[in-house]
Design a protein around this ligand. Sequence first.
Ligand code: IPD
Ligand code: CA
Ligand code: CA
Ligand code: CA
Length: 259
Amino acid sequence: MTEQQKEIYRQVTKWFHEARNRILEGRARGLDVQNKTSRLDLVTNIDKEIERFFREKINENFSDSAILGEEGNKADFKSSKGLFWVIDPIDGTMNFVKQAADFASMIAIYQDQKPLLGFIYDVIHDRLYWGGPGIGVYCNKEQLPAPKNIQLKDGLLGVNGPMMLTNYHNLQEVIRKSAGARIYGSAGIEFIHVLTGQCVGYLSHLRPWDYAAGSILAESLNLSVKTIDGKLLDVVSSEDVLVATKNAYIEISALMSAK
Ligand code: IPD
Ligand code: CA
Ligand code: CA
Ligand code: CA
């Protein structure tokens, strides 16, 4: 780990632990829940508070940074120089509101547009998945082994509910060829299942803050993470993202390109 990665890791882990207290206390006090674009797209006072909190910490400690966050200003990745931070303060807001479980908090960091560190925090279980190029991936202090390169038929596949219902690009056939579909409702939690080898892959239409941290971690474990038609993720676009073992990626992408 470089000195820069060490310093960022040291700071960011502290922020996540403070964010956890704020999230749990805030939820216990009672949430202010609003519809963003529809009744299925929610935002709470805590989503906004946690993003503000991360932004303050970044600006205090790493002053020349640019920040792209779901609930705030959206800096442009393509023209960025130096440190670039991508924040999803609460990923899986619907789960946060309805279940108080299966949600995550995520930060991805790039230096001169190159991946530096990714963090997915499973808040309820207090498990921080973090890592980056040259580091591998850890859950808290324990290093994760790279998942076995299993085939689609041998693993569970995380999917997006609406895509499954509409049979998006032949998705139902992909699911039939797998060991079964799972829908967890948080991109961060879905990525964790693939990183730990509990799922063979995950497929969803995602925005940059949904996939930035997960894709840095997935690449560090030698998984394939691209659009379903093989394009690299650019941290700018909303994409149909597929993260999977190398074998399963090839199978799924071929099945979905057929339609
Ligand atoms: C959402 C979750 C969900 C995914 C949506 C995302 P949010 O994030 O990750 O699993 O299907 O596309 O928008 O809005 O709760 O941060
Ligand atoms: Ca949202
Ligand atoms: Ca999200
Ligand atoms: Ca969010």
